[in-house]
Design a protein around this ligand. Structure first.
Ligand SMILES: [Zn+2]
Ligand SMILES: [Zn+2]
Length: 806
């Protein structure tokens, strides 16, 4: 839309691009500058120094280990045929732990060969015991298909690996149940198909030796809590048939993987975390776009409709998209093969278009060597893209993270990451795209205007040190536990022996199911009373999803979870889907459907809500003098009452229109802190500034929570007030946005001082004067980011941190 003002947003004139000789010839291996030289040149071209940190991640030689003595020769030979001479040490260590009967999680980096850690013990067991079976679970069908190819490629006698999912033809299913000894599936199929049909699976389950859970860090939040109970139901059925399988899990690197894996499986799990696979060296730079001078006459920000990456708040930092486009143009001009990761599809197109224009201005025709990749291309088109990059016809590619999985690229010299991708696992996956064999590569993380990005570029230890972000789930969530117990009761009556298996809250949930008439208690246990099975969707969160339908064609564009639908799909809302702009005609809540039409108005829409919160109970608290820190249940009532239309180009408010939507209630888990008015006054916060101080602290705290737990700010809500009727004190609440809670608030409570310390530092270290989207402003604020007081937020957090035990 307004991307043509691209170059005018530069804070000061930059040198013209000076394409090096290598840009006009094919960029063969080794022709580009070294990463250190390249970075030096990129820095020199930008006014001020945007680089806050350079980490040299050294190349690491692999540490091989001998084959475990229990691995049979035919298995070693099979791996040798695939080019594996010996396992790396972490693979051998995890494999032996599992072979000896221990539950183990291997949590190491991308491409560290985690699959061999479970393939070794599982396949050795299948070869030694011709009756044994293995169940493999992946979060996606694509990954299961991938693993099927890997296992089948080993060509082992009698294993007969097979995928069993929604796509498996009926005719093949019975054969698989009877004859396959290595079944690959997903949690949804286990929940909907295998466990309800356990009688047909009894032969397989009776002999089940291993359960493999791949990419187990993806089982987080409410979905993860559901999967935790599906696994308990699996263990219960196995136990009925006399089997006690060993669980082997693979995870991305994260904080405390053993605890997360233990919560997921309900079993004691040992973690193997020391990565012994080889890796190339990377020079990793953290890059913070400069603040624009207030009188720069800066062009307006890239509109939210164009990118999905920004709200149209007053922008004081140069946008990460523009900065990334400049860097892409500069590296391509140097003849360096570069991949830029951008979070949205439209954003990737803006980056590519702007880089192309800058290159063509320097050398007409050079822009042709940059392209955008939006995901979803046909397989042939993807292969063509890979080929063009490999041969140097293309030098620069801007992509969404679809490329993380979809395209096989090797031999890139540099990776630009536009905005922190949310988790360290994704960050390293993207950075790991750089580096051809044995050569050093450059990775640059360009910070967006977001408190978490701001914090990370000023705290490199949070990226390069030991991970703190943990995979969080909460199997005790009553909204998950009760329906899962109902499913279990259909599979076999529940007995008091099952209570320990399903954990805290199981007895209460059963009592409620009895009271509701779903279960009947008999001397032998609790029985399901109905003819039909309960309908439980593992991935359903916050009420039924709302379908987005194009009125003219009846085409289903996608779904929005119930919790967000009032915000995103109210009548008149501008709704963005895969880069196309739609306007909502009607939201039918009874039918769970929103009708939209294609339209690209020159305004954006912003819903406003009113939220009320009451404390139901306190689960745990810390009494720290003038400060209190609490964890407990709360009721949140909210109503979307109006929306603003704002001019995209200027941010000017056109009008505010009322909405007639019902209130929504949410019983969930919250963390909250209180401060005495006296302690605030002593810290220099004037009474009139207390609301703005608490509100600013709340926004930043929500923005920083993803540092401690794998969530994003859209999973969490907040409320702050100068006096709350239930606490009778100035209070900041942060709550899980899902019924019953998903574990995020609990994690926040457990890491409160580290979390709020990071929040305080992110605000204090932001270079803006009065608060900006990089620190205390929030794109989802129901109050239009008003009031906010940046300096007082730091004072509030200082009082909390001074009193709270570390
Ligand atoms: Zn700021
Ligand atoms: Zn707010």
């Amino acid at each position: 839309m307004t991307s043509d003002d691209f170059s005018s947003a530069r804070p000061s004139p930059r040198h013209d691009l000076e394409p090096s000789a290598s840009a006009t010839v094919s960029a063969g291996p080794g022709l580009g500058p070294t990463p250190v030289d390249l970075l030096r040149r990129l820095r020199a071209r930008t006014a001020g120094d945007p680089v806050t940190h350079v980490e040299r991640v050294p190349a690491r030689p692999g540490v091989p280990a001998p084959w475990p003595p229990w691995a049979p020769p035919e298995l070693r030979d099979a791996f040798a045929r695939r080019g594996v001479a010996a396992p790396w040490r972490h693979q051998a260590e995890a494999a032996t732990l599992a072979y000896d009967g221990g539950h183990v999680v291997v949590a190491t980096g991308t491409a560290s060969g985690k699959s061999m850690a479970y393939q070794l013990p599982a396949l050795a067991t299948l070869l030694a015991d011709p009756r044994a079976t293995v169940l493999y679970l992946a979060p996606t069908k694509a990954l299961a298909a991938d693993q099927l190819r890997a296992v089948a490629g080993l060509e082992l006698e009698g294993v007969r690996p097979a995928c069993y999912d929604g796509d498996t033809p009926r005719a093949e299913r019975e054969w698989i149940r009877r004859h396959s000894r290595f079944v690959l599936t997903n949690p949804d199929m286990l929940h909907h198909g295998i466990l309800p049909g356990h009688a047909q699976w009894s032969g397989f389950l009776r002999r089940l030796a291993y359960v493999v859970i791949d990419e187990c860090h993806t089982y987080r939040g409410v979905f993860g809590s559901h999967v935790a109970h599906v696994l308990r139901r699996l263990r219960r059925q196995c136990a009925r048939f006399g089997a006690t399988p060993v669980f082997v899990l693979a995870s991305a690197t994260s904080g405390d993987p053993a605890t997360a894996a233990g919560r997921l499986t309900g079993l004691p799990v040992t973690a193997v975390t020391e990565d012994a696979s080889p890796r190339g060296g990377v020079t990793f730079a953290l890059w913070e776009p400069p603040l624009l001078p207030p009188d720069s006459g800066a062009s307006p920000p890239v509109p939210p409709q164009a990118t999905g990456d920004h709200d149209d708040l007053h922008q004081v930092r140069r946008s990460a998209l523009r900065e990334t486009a400049d860097l892409l143009a500069d590296t391509v001009a140097e003849g360096v093969r570069t991949l830029a990761f951008v979070r949205s599809r439209k954003g990737a197109e803006v980056v590519a278009a702007n880089a192309r224009r800058a290159l063509d201005d320097a050398v007409p025709g050079l822009g042709d060597r940059v392209a955008a990749y939006r995901g979803g291309y046909l397989r042939e088109e993807r292969r063509e893209l890979e080929r063009a990059l490999l041969h140097g016809d293309l030098l620069g590619l801007a992509s969404t993270n679809a490329l993380e999985l979809g395209v096989d690229l090797i031999g890139l010299d540099a990776v630009l990451i536009c905005g922190y991708p949310g988790t360290r696992a994704s960050l390293w996956q993207q950075a790991g795209r750089a580096g051809r064999s044995g050569q050093e590569a450059l990775a640059v993380l360009v910070a967006r205007d977001d408190p978490l990005d701001t914090y990370l570029v000023h705290h490199p230890e949070a990226i390069f040190g030991a991970p703190v972000e943990a995979t969080v789930l909460d199997p005790a969530n009553p909204y998950v536990l009760a329906p899962q117990l109902a499913c279990a009761a259909v599979e076999a009556p529940l007995t008091s022996a099952d209570l320990a298996l399903f954990g805290d809250g199981a007895k209460e949930a059963i009592d409620e199911l009895v009271a509701a008439g779903a279960l009947r208690q008999r001397p032998t246990g609790w029985y399901w009373r109905h003819r039909e099975r309960p309908e439980v969707d593992l991935r359903g969160e916050g009420g039924a999803p709302v379908c987005v339908v194009e009125s003219a064609t009846g085409r289903l564009l996608g779904t929005v979870d119930g919790g967000s639908s009032h915000f995103l799909l109210h009548p008149g809302a501008v709704y963005l889907h895969q880069g196309v702009s739609y306007v909502v005609d009607d939201l039918d809540l009874a039918d769970g459907c929103a009708l939209v039409h294609v339209e690209e108005p020159d305004w954006s829409t912003h819903a406003r809500d009113v939220t009320d919160l009451s404390v139901v109970s306190v689960r745990s608290y810390v009494d720290a003098g003038p400060v209190g820190m609490f964890l407990g249940e709360v009721d949140v009532t909210s109503q979307v009452v109006s929306y603003q239309r704002r001019r995209i180009a200027t941010g000017e408010v056109i009008d505010t229109r009322p909405l007639d939507l019902p209130t929504r209630e949410l019983r969930t888990v919250a963390v909250w802190f209180t401060l005495s008015p006296q302690s605030l006054a002593a810290a220099g916060v004037q009474p009139a500034d207390v609301p703005g101080a608490l509100h600013a602290a709340e926004h930043a705290a929500i923005g920083l929570l993803p540092l401690m737990a794998t969530c994003d700010r859209w999973d969490i809500g907040g409320l702050s007030t100068a006096v709350h009727p239930d606490t009778e004190a100035p209070t900041v609440f942060v709550y899980d946005g899902h019924p019953g809670g998903a574990g995020f608030a609990e994690r926040a409570y457990g890491t409160a001082s580290a979390w709020l310390r990071a929040t305080r530092d992110a605000i204090a270290e932001c270079g803006c004067e009065a608060g900006c989207p990089s620190c205390v402003q929030s794109p989802k604020c129901g109050n239009g980011n008003n009031p906010l007081s940046k300096p007082d937020a730091v004072r509030v957090l200082d009082v909390v941190l001074a009193n709270l035990p570390a």
